[in-house]
Design a protein around this ligand. Sequence first.
Ligand code: CU
Length: 205
Amino acid sequence: MKKTLLHRSLFVSMVAFASGMILSCNNSSDSSKAADSTSNSTATVSSAENTSGTQTAVATLSGTEADTTVEGTATFTQEGTGNVKLDLSVTVAKMANKTVAVHIHEHPDCGMMGKNTHGHWNPTNKQHGKWGTGDFHSGDIGNVTLDANGKGTLTMDTDLWSIGGDSTKNILNRAIIVHSGVDDYKTQPTGNAGSRIGCGVIEKK
Ligand SMILES: [Cu+2]
């Protein structure tokens, strides 16, 4: 009897030891995961008031010229303080099989055929260029190739943007401009991308 008890307590303490090892293992190797789930649960708490921890902003694109129809949507999403993901879809039927430049411009006003948006959004005072190589504006999304129906899509993911917050990253209340031409990624400060045929203001959803 005494022996059985001893065995049992030995077994219990071995199980406790083993599970302690598993726990400590999880803690050390998955500390980032643990931190994530902590922040997720914080987000869940606030989501009771805010709907969710995912922020969304949308720009609905339309044409600035009477004879050129431009349609499309730029949808920006951000999980917590993570990267902002852009899903862009643009259709310019008149420009089938061509390539058009798309940028984020500074001001949320599509008036005067897009001119009221002023220049490329450039909060870090960089030279105009190609996204991801050397200097480029935070608004230098780049060129989009349109198919036989004039439709083009582009997706990207970046930590240079945020939905709200820091003014050097905040994409809200700026505008998406679709140009009639191709961005050469060189000419300062515009990329020589042609006229502004499409526009949409980036608004929080
Ligand atoms: Cu532009």
